[in-house]
Design a binder for this molecule. Sequence first.
Ligand code: GZL
Ligand code: ZN
Length: 282
Amino acid sequence: FSQIGTESAWRIQNTKSIFEAAKDRNIEILYDDAKQKQSNQLKAIRSFIVYQVDVIVFVPIVSDGWDNVLQEAKDANIPVIVIDRQINADPSLYAGFLGEDGFEQGKSAAKFLINKCNNSPKKKFNILELAGTANSSIAVSRAEGFREIIEKDARFNFIHSEDGDFLRSRGKEIMDKIIAKNGGLKIENNSIDVIFSHNDPMTLGLLESLDEHKILPKNTIIISIDAEQESIDALKEGKLNCVVECNPNLGPTLMDLVQKISAGETIPRSTYMQETVFTEDD
Ligand code: GZL
Ligand code: ZN
């Protein structure tokens, strides 16, 4: 199992869920934490091939650059399951995908925003986007799903989008910079009416910055994705307006797929987790 790191509570629960499910079924895991580097993942997967494991499972930190190592796994007759994030590779090089639907998550965020703004006297809404890791399928799909709906509505205008790499420290840094440069929740003279953040750690980082600068985001609509506990608590405290769930608990379903493959059965091309949306109205 090649995991990308421990960058969020989501990621830590994702790893925990997989280890617990493996233990329940007496499946042994050879584990590698890539510490956010694709190069470490490639090394880990190659070591799994040498070790002649039964099944290789990995989270592709970014979508490209996997063809060669997947061909090597195929040549070694080791099936591969891609989890959590998707890859741009020949589908014959891996058995299937299990994860979340980022596009749906982006659309859920947009649907909440449209609804919320339909009850507002304002006619124009400026959006600040904190994006996840560049070239990760999940950041691309969340951005696309959100834009699919928002771009059809002339009231909305993206005034700034920045890559926060799914990190809390970057979320805080980006907000600190915006406040230092513009003197508050604005970009040049445009008020930031909406913040769409691709994951809770970046959102919690920006809330920290607003706190430090004694800025209450009461007129700013803030939407986040993951639904880790700290983010749900912020929703309850009225600091956030909407938190879209991204379900990290892939473990049990993943072990079903691993056992299917080991029994020589095929698995579905894509399996998606069930997810919900938490809003200020819940
Ligand atoms: C989501 C997962 C993302 C989480 C982030 O599928 O890839 O990566 O939303 C994590 O918290 O960093
Ligand atoms: Zn400051």
